[in-house]
Design a protein around this ligand. Sequence first.
Ligand code: PHE
Length: 477
Amino acid sequence: MERWSSNLGFLLATIGAAVGLGNIWRFSAVVGQNGGGAYLIPYLLAAFVLAVPLLVLELAIGRSVRTDVVSAFKSTDERFAPLGWVVVGGVLLILSYYLVLTGWVLSFLAAAISGTELVFTAFTDGWWPVVAFVVTTALTALVVDAGVKDGIERLVKLVMPLVFVLLAALAVYAATLDGFGDATAFLFTPDVRVLSDPGVWSAAVGQVFFSLSVGQGIMLTYGAYVGEDVDLVRSALLITVADIAVALLAGLVIFPVVFTFGLAPAAGTELAFTTLPRAFAALDAGSALPVGRLVAVGFFGLLFAAALTSAVSLLEVGVAAAQNAASWTRRRATVVLTSVVFVAGLPSALSYSAAHVSLAGAPVLDVLDESVGTYALPVSALLLLAAFLWVSPDARRVVKVELRGATVVARYVLPVVLVVITGAKLAGVARPAWSTLVSRTTTIGFVALVVALTGLLGAGWALRKRGRTQRFRRRRD
Ligand code: PHE
């Protein structure tokens, strides 16, 4: 089993997995749609009370069994291997459209570098989104193929510092804009009244879990490569603080621009691809330097770096599982899984291209985001909690050593919250978190999810006897 070469390598990799499109683009969209600072209280509570314990649980289980998600499930009970495949399947489906989004970012970066103006609607009327999807898929595969230390760790050591430096530089620049005051007021004026709004809570919990990549087996997979001496609670807190800091800093870059140009903060997903490029172009006007172009290159550059390190973590979950389950080499597992992800992602890529592939009137990408992107998160998190805190006493003991008193939160509070917010979303109480098309696609999305889950359970069932079975090792009591 490979290991991270250092504690810093591990932290940068997990922060790289967490920090992604979710922090910079989705966070600003969700904050904008949920009334700005009002939303911050539920967001911070969800992060530290709910997400941190789950983060620690995943890291602790990963380190204890030192294996992939599927084998970890199997170690609680042989019959649970199919559930591990459900988690892996969810992750790969998320990856399939995440790579499409990453492709858009890459295209906007290329346009900014070359100084061409890219209009979102014109862009998605052509074939570049598909070409970009091929490029981002290949890049992700190359990194994972190179391995934990030589691929993933090398990448994060190179690009994560860049992400922080670019973000800080952009925030300093944003502080000089006229809209900065309005932006800070919008972002940081808390409002206790929203605490009684279930929609805001649901959006906050969903956003925190998405943003931290928690409950998806990603942290479990990365935890398998962690050294014995690492303090997991401290690491989980550091990851969370870094993730939140990036989201807030991104807000401090995006909203001053939005307010300076009198644009709509509640534009949602469009914010990054239509609102901001327009604003960046306007920054150039009247200035001797190509400020807008520089800012655009910085912004899309950091967005691309952050997205790539997240995509890599998603693919690693599948590759680690396939390697063990089928006793494949890393190369073979990477080639096979990348092909699967590519085929699964093609309809999403085509849905925002000249082909305009749609499902019941909505772009396939939106359908996937509203089904898998929305429901795979709580479903996978619930499966992890069930297997490691309820079914297996050995696993529970491992988690308890790290979490101590907070085990209660993970064991009793988290499942209730997850069930309630998922139920609220299904019932249509909750606000759209990512896209504005929720109601139209929720039903088909849900049907698509059920079909996908059934298929995965079947596949997992067929594969359940393969691979090794791990044992939980207790470190100290
Ligand atoms: N957390 C990453 C982001 O913020 C990506 C991700 C989302 C990973 C959902 C896993 C699950 O963009």
